[in-house]
Design a protein around this ligand. Sequence first.
Ligand SMILES: [Zn+2]
Length: 171
Amino acid sequence: MPAAARTVVFEPLFRKSSQCLYVDPFAPGAAQQIREFRPAVIAGTLQKILAFGGELRPTHAVVAFSWEGSRCLSESERDDLWEAYHVPVFEQVITPDGRLVAWECEAHEGLHLPNGAQAMADRIVVGRCDCGADSPRVIRPSMAPQLNGERGQPTLLLPARLGSGRQPLPT
Ligand SMILES: [Zn+2]
């Protein structure tokens, strides 16, 4: 595993490994615990990521979770994340139990939808994305897509692997 995969995640939904550390962001000493882990990526909901006010230094990316069927990241929220961390932001839509509903790839051309996911009110684009994936996408969605009865394991995509779409964090 490359060092670029070291990930701190603020939701206790995903399997743990030597490369993936769960931290409760509101626990005493959380910031120090994270700094000692030297993450390339931090992943969590907007509120939890911003709870640190930029005092963390992920080297690679921020993965911002949105919950299925709720509001997506706004442009100003993306700006807040950039101001705090100065690394690319990738939105990933998950269910409350951590299953993947949609993801933003390195081309940042909307949210990719896996089989079984559906966007409600937003326009869906089909055709090849600049990342090379062919899955349908929803461009600048206002509401996060939802899963339609699909079953699967909790899945955390790492940004370096987002282009290939379906490779979860190895554990
Ligand atoms: Zn793409």
